[in-house]
Structure formats: C-alpha cells, structure tokens
Design a protein around this ligand. Structure first.
Ligand SMILES: Nc1ncnc2c1ncn2[C@@H]1O[C@H](COP(=O)(O)OP(=O)(O)OP(=O)(O)O)[C@@H](O)[C@H]1O
Ligand SMILES: [Mg+2]
Length: 344
C-alpha cells in the first residue's frame, strides 16, 4: 500500500524529541496496561491532571510506542491495536460523529496490522479508498466486516442509533474475534459541547468495560473528567485513575536546560532550577518562559531578567494566551447560566 517513505510517527507529537523530558512513569504505565490487555488483565484508564501538564503528549507517545514496538503486530491474539481519537469541537451531528469515529477506527486497525501508515492519511486514502481497500482485503481482515457494513450504513444514513453502534464497535470487534484494542481518547471534555446533542458519555458505559478493549481517556477540563468518570457520572467506577502532576524540581530543571539549548536561549545551571521553580514545574510554563527569553533576546542569567520575562509573558506572551483562553472559556461557561453579569 505504501507510496511514500514512512514517517516514524503514527501520530506526530508537538514537542521535539530534543526537548521532551521524562514522563517515563506515565508512559510505561500506559504501555504496560495496554499490553496487559492481551491477557485480559486491564481496565480502562483516565489520565487526570491540570491543564498543560503534558497529557496529550503522553497519549501520542504511548500510541506511537505501541504502534512500532510490538513484534507480533500481524498476529491478532498476541498484539494490541492502538487507536487514537480526539473528540473534535466541530462535529455537527451524530452522523458526522459516527462516520468519523468508525472511519478512524478502521484506518488505525488496518495501519497497525500492516504496519503501514498510508491509510491513516485522509488525503492519501479517501473514504471510498478505505471502503475499496477493505472490500478487496476482507479475507485478510475478517474481523472488520461488521465495521465495514456499519460504515457504509452510516454513509447512507440507514442505521438506527449510529452513535451507539459507533462507540461500541471497537469493543464488539475485539470481543468477537478475541483481538485486543486500546482506544486512546483525547479532548474528552468536547463530548459535553452542545454540538454533541447525543449522549456520548452515557453510551460509552458498555464500551469501556470490556477487558478486550480498554479505553484510555484524557482531556482538558479536569472538572468534566472528574465528574463523569471519577465522581457520580455515568462512567463512575469503570476506570482506573492515573493522576499526572507537575514535574519534579529535577526534571523541571532538565527541561529548562534542554529547551534553552533547543530554542537558542541562554541560561545557566544555577538559574535553571529557579526558572523551574518559578513556573511551578509546569512543562508548558517552563518552555514558554524560555522561548520568550529567546524571542526577546534576553539571557536568563539572573532573577531580575526572569521577573521581567515573566512580566512580559504574563501580559502578552505564550502564557498570556493560555490564560486568556482559560478565562474566556470560563466566562463562556458561566454565560450558559446567564450569571456573568451577576458575578462580574
Ligand atoms: N514531557 C514534556 N517535556 C517537555 N515539554 C512538555 C512536556 N510535556 C508537556 N510539555 C509542554 O507543555 C505543552 C502542553 O502539552 P500537552 O498539550 O500535552 O498538555 P495537555 O495536558 O494535553 O494540555 P491540555 O490540558 O490543554 O489538553 C507542550 O506543548 C509542551 O510545550
Ligand atoms: Mg491535551
């Protein structure tokens, strides 16, 4: 199938390898939990932490590792198929969502089994291309026959409750064929947007409970994850929780040094721990301060400069845009209840 030289990522992370720092514990945990599913010893997992802690980066790296590091990728009983899906904030209805979810599943499944990334590219392989490929290779992908039928049914809109069928499809495939699949679901908070005027979370109850198909979930708004998954929401009790926190002072310092080298900022061994500390060892804030220093051409050599850069960044830089985004969303959320005026 391959037409191009293949990149080394199934899904490309944003942070360059030269800057990426630690997080090994979380990566190993997800990797091992995914592999344990082959012997039906795993539960679904929620990766829960404050914003900008590096959850998405961990998911993408976890997926890549499972994709490339398993020896028996073609053997349905000895390998686990990683599927990455990010809930969009743009779906318009349940058909859109169902088509997208199942199409994404089929693409990842085929790509992994063949260890060929071509079909993951929606520009190289169109919807028709996916269907045609599967039709011609059904002897090789018997497990995907029902997926193909649903997919075609969704496109023709002649299926009832497509969103239910879509969400439970991966589990049905793995249960029925004794395969193992791990769904990595990011931006889970989007399922609470008004665009999703159907109940993704409620319908996921069954899907996430299969030992053949654990679901790894993360997202941006802790409160939604915590309420739905760890609190009293529909998914309560169906997940193991993996908390993620700020980096340790040691790794925060390493990150300050690495990102300074990468982004051509100047700092020192004595200042790096101070930067890490002032940024609460949040990987995003550390990187932002270092990049701002490079941009302003101000070496991070003492605390006065650090304060200056923090001040600039807080009023206009990388951290500002992040805070602005958080506050805007917060206000938008309050607005839903028409109490903004009252609060402000
Ligand atoms: N291990 C790491 N090493 C270096 N930089 C990191 C690391 N993890 C995160 N970062 C930095 O933090 C930024 C945010 O990472 P990421 O998008 O994975 O966070 P997140 O927890 O998914 O955020 P959100 O809550 O907004 O979804 C990255 O773009 C990068 O600058
Ligand atoms: Mg994220």
């Amino acid at each position: 199938m391959s037409q191009h030289p293949q990149p080394k990522y199934a899904i490309r992370p944003i942070v360059p390898e030269a800057v990426y720092t630690n997080r090994k514990e979380h990566l190993n945990y997800l990797h091992q939990t995914a592999l344990n599913a082959i012997e039906r010893r795993s539960m679904s997992v929620v990766l829960l932490g404050q914003r900008r802690m590096g959850k998405t980066e961990i998911f993408k790296r976890g997926v890549n590792r499972l994709f490339f590091e398993q020896e028996h990728h073609a053997d349905i009983h000895r390998s686990v198929v990683p599927v990455y899906y990010s809930f969009k904030d743009t779906v318009s209805d349940k058909w859109d969502f169902s088509i997208d979810y199942v199409e994404n599943f089929i693409r990842w499944y085929v790509a992994f089994r063949l260890r060929d990334l071509t079909i993951l590219s929606t520009t190289d392989v169109t919807q028709e291309g996916v269907i045609e490929f599967l039709r011609n290779h059904l002897d090789q992908f018997k497990e995907l026959e029902s997926a193909l039928n649903f997919y075609e049914g969704f496109l023709k809109k002649n299926v009832t409750m497509p969103e239910d069928k879509a969400l439970s499809l991966p589990r049905r495939v793995s249960d029925w064929h004794e395969a193992t699949i791990v769904m990595f679901l990011d931006e889970f908070q989007n399922t609470r947007l008004p665009q999703y005027n159907f109940d993704v979370v409620g319908l996921m109850q069954e899907a996430v409970e299969s030992p053949t198909c654990p679901h790894f979930v993360t997202g941006s708004a802790m409160s939604i994850l915590a309420k739905e998954i760890l609190g009293r929401g529909s998914l309560f009790g169906r997940f193991e929780s993996e908390p993620i926190e700020e980096m340790t002072p040691y790794w925060g310092t390493q990150l300050a040094l690495k990102s300074a080298t990468y982004y051509h900022a100047v700092t020192s061994d004595t200042m790096a721990p101070v930067i890490a500390e002032r940024c609460g060892c949040n990987p995003f804030y550390i990187t932002s301060v270092v990049r701002q220093s490079a941009k302003l051409n101000k070496p991070l050599t003492d605390e006065t400069v650090l304060n200056e850069i923090l001040a600039v960044d807080l009023s206009s830089g990388f951290i500002w845009s992040e805070l602005n985004d958080q506050v805007s969303r917060w206000i938008a959320r309050i607005n839903e209840y028409n109490i903004t005026k009252w609060v402000l």
